[in-house]
Design a protein. Structure first.
Length: 239
């Protein structure tokens, strides 16, 4: 029994020693847990540093983006300002060109009006000069007409059928047709009221047939060229 007690005591001691040894072993891991915590803290710090760097990079990128956006806005505003200035310049140039066109058109219209007036004056003057020359020539033909009429008045009734007389009458008619074609017409003053603008009174006579102031006889026939007197009629006027 004593041996059993010894064995029991030994086993008890041995168990107690093992228990204490086990407790010691369980209490010893504390240094490893601190190390792990330090490692964890270090890892977390590294993560935080990495996150901080990324956050800083994001902030820098965001700042750069903001600056680029501001630059784009400034460029757009400058572009709009330049566009407005360009439009204003275009409008100004357009208005200036329109003013120049209007000025040229006004000068052209004035020049055309002056040219038209000058053309009319020149044409009128040319016609007047032509009429003056024509009157001088036509006036010299009138004595020829007078001689033809005197010759025909002197023909007797017996000689009217003569070929020579008929030839004179044809020439007289041809001459009168030509004068009429150039606007020369006889006045035929006999029986009309005396007009000093057309008639040249060379004698006043008593007349029972005509009233006072009436042309009794046309001593020399007068002629008109258009609206002008080519030759005044020499007339006798009743008093």
């Amino acid at each position: 029994m004593a041996e059993e007690k010894k064995k029991t005591t030994k086993s008890t001691k041995s168990g107690s020693a093992k228990s204490q040894s086990s407790k010691k072993k369980q209490g010893n891991p504390k240094p490893r847990n601190v190390k792990n915590m330090e490692l964890d803290i270090k890892a977390k710090n590294e993560v935080l540093d990495d996150v901080s760097e990324k956050l800083k990079a994001l902030k820098d990128e965001n700042k750069a983006l903001k600056e680029e956006l501001e630059a784009l806005k400034s460029g757009a505003a400058a572009t709009d300002s330049e566009a407005n200035a360009t439009e204003e310049q275009k409008d100004s140039k357009k208005d200036k060109k329109q003013a120049e066109i209007d000025e040229i058109k006004d000068k052209y219209q004035r020049l055309m009006a002056e040219f038209e007036n000058m053309r009319k004056r020149t044409e009128k003057e040319s016609l007047r000069q032509y009429d003056i020359g024509a009157k001088e020539v036509l006036e010299k033909l009138l004595p020829v007409v007078d001689n033809f009429e005197r010759a025909m008045d002197s023909v007797t009734d017996d000689n009217k059928e003569d070929a020579f007389v008929q030839g004179i009458e044809r020439i007289h008619k041809q001459l009168m047709d030509y004068l009429e074609s150039v606007k020369v017409t006889p006045m035929n003053a006999q029986g009309t009221e005396f007009n000093p603008d057309l008639h040249n009174a060379v004698q006043q006579v008593e007349s029972d047939e005509y009233d006072e102031g009436t042309v009794v006889m046309e001593m020399q026939k007068g002629y008109m060229y258009k609206d002008e007197v080519l030759r005044y009629s020499m007339v006798q006027v009743a008093n």
